[in-house]
Structures are given as structure tokens and as C-alpha cells.
Design a protein around this ligand. Structure first.
Ligand code: OAD
Length: 239
């Protein structure tokens, strides 16, 4: 992992392609979730208000699929890198931060400790009436209704929702201060997340894109590793 010891602060910026080899479907491209389902029916506040049970059926199914998947070597290497760098005196968490658009919790399951989840988590539920958020791993969810009588909803960012301001602030701060920025498995199609790499580019960080395909933002990266995350991450880390 010598290459990675060169950089004081590293951000891994991940999207659905990061978890594809774990078996979690991506959103776009072949087998993409939004090819099979209309997000307007399952992933926006108005769909939830019209038919909360249908939206919960969809998310219960996603929770079941995701729970059956395991982190792959790429997730594990990112977590291991942070621990090795911390042991080598590179500061808290070895100066490694994960900023992810994924809601699957795979980075945490692999052992990553600093993970900013831009789009929330499948493993949290919230009551918008009480503003209460709780972790929940039940399969299926035992009660879709909060004790106050309102429907719980997944604590994820649906189309039209705003990102958590505090998560976004922490992500932008980490990205602006990093010296190496590695984007993995994102199409760069969804904003504001797709704009975040610009903070690394503008601050002069080395920027690497891992993706089997080129994306609308590929030209911003100095290096492209065209292949799957589970192959390209070991290669990047010299393993
Ligand atoms: P997408 O599904 O849009 O893009 C997945 C990307 O992963 C594509 O660029 C693929 O080429 C790439 N890819 C596929 N297999 C890969 C592999 N094995 N290794 C590395 N890369 C691979 O997913 P996102 O960019 O994450 O938002 O989508 C962004 C957001 O759109 C999601 O967070 C979600 C969705 O709607 C919300 O739900 C709010």
C-alpha cells in the first residue's frame, strides 16, 4: 500500500458500482433499479404519501436483498487501509474518509469507521412528525407505524428531498482537504453529489476514477482505472 502512504488525506467517493460485485443492483445501466421500477412510484415523497405500503414493500425488498449481500474485497481494502495508516501514525482513521451515495451500509459492514452517507441509509427509519430517527435492521420491518401513529419512512434521500446539511458539510470539508480523491462506481448523473468531486479537483488533489465505463465527469480525473472495483482497488493499492 505504498502509493497510499504518499497522501496525507484520502477520500473514497463511492456510488452504486462499488457494491455491484456484492450483488446490490445499480440504478442505471444493465440491471439498473430505475429500469425495472419507476422512481416516481417508489422513491419520492409524493409516492409515499399516496401509497406508503407499496413504498415500504419496495424498501423492505431492497433491505432483504442488501442484507443477503456481503462486502467484497474492495470494501475490505478501504477499511484495512484506514486501520493500517492509523497504526502507522497517520492520524484519526489514517486520514481516510468514505463519502458514499450508497444506502446499503456495506462500507460500515466491511469495517470503515468514517462514512458520510449522502443519500441516507436503508438501515435507519424516521418519523417526520416527531423528527425521530432510529437504527433498524429488522427483516421485514416489524411495524411501519411509529408509536405516535404516523407512518415511519426510510431515512434515505428520495428524488426531490434535500440532502442532510450536516452530512454534506462534513463531506465537502473532507473532500476539499484531501490530497487523493478516488471516485468509484458512480455515473455522475445525480446532483448535488455529482458536483462534490469538483472540490477535490479545485483544491489540487490527485484524482482517480475507477469505473469500467467513462462518465460525463471522466475528463476531470487525471487517472482512469477502467475495470470493476474489486479488481482495480487491489491494483491501485499495489496488492
Ligand atoms: P448509477 O447506477 O447511476 O451508476 C453506477 C456506476 O457504476 C456506472 O457508472 C457504472 O459504469 C459503474 N459500475 C458498474 N459496475 C461497476 C463495478 N463493478 N465497479 C465499479 N464501477 C461499476 O449509480 P450512482 O452513480 O451511485 O440516489 O447513482 C447516484 C444516485 O442515483 C444514487 O445514490 C441513487 C440513484 O437514484 C438516490 O436514491 C437518491
Amino acid at each position: 500500500m505504498n502509493l497510499m502512504l504518499t497522501y496525507p488525506r484520502i477520500v473514497f467517493f463511492t456510488g452504486a458500482g462499488m457494491s455491484k460485485e456484492s450483488g446490490v443492483p445499480t440504478y442505471r445501466g444493465e440491471g439498473g433499479l430505475w429500469k425495472e421500477y419507476r422512481y416516481q412510484d417508489y422513491a419520492c415523497q409524493s409516492a409515499f404519501e399516496n401509497n406508503p405500503e407499496a413504498v415500504w414493500n419496495f424498501h423492505d425488498q431492497r433491505r432483504a436483498v442488501t442484507a443477503a449481500c456481503q462486502p467484497h474485497v474492495g470494501h475490505e481494502l478501504i477499511a484495512r487501509l484506514a486501520k493500517e495508516r492509523q497504526a502507522a501514525g497517520r492520524g484519526t482513521n489514517g486520514g481516510v474518509t468514505v463519502v458514499t451515495q450508497n444506502i446499503d451500509g456495506m462500507h460500515q459492514r466491511a469495517g470503515s469507521e468514517i462514512v458520510y452517507e449522502l443519500h441516507g441509509s436503508l438501515w435507519r427509519v424516521r418519523c417526520d412528525s416527531c423528527c425521530e430517527v432510529s437504527h433498524n435492521l429488522e427483516l421485514p420491518l416489524r411495524s411501519r407505524v411509529h408509536h405516535c401513529g404516523n407512518f415511519l419512512r426510510p431515512d434515505i434521500v428520495w428524488f426531490g428531498d434535500s440532502l442532510s446539511r450536516s452530512t454534506l458539510t462534513k463531506a465537502v470539508d473532507a473532500i476539499s482537504r484531501c490530497s487523493l480523491f478516488v471516485s468509484i462506481g458512480t455515473s455522475g448523473a445525480v446532483y448535488p453529489a455529482a458536483r462534490l468531486p469538483l472540490h477535490a479537483i479545485e483544491s489540487g488533489a490527485a484524482c482517480i476514477e475507477i469505473n469500467p465505463e467513462s462518465t460525463p465527469v471522466s475528463q476531470h480525473y487525471q487517472q482512469h482505472l477502467r475495470g470493476p472495483a474489486s479488481v482495480m482497488l487491489p491494483q491501485l493499492l499495489g496488492l
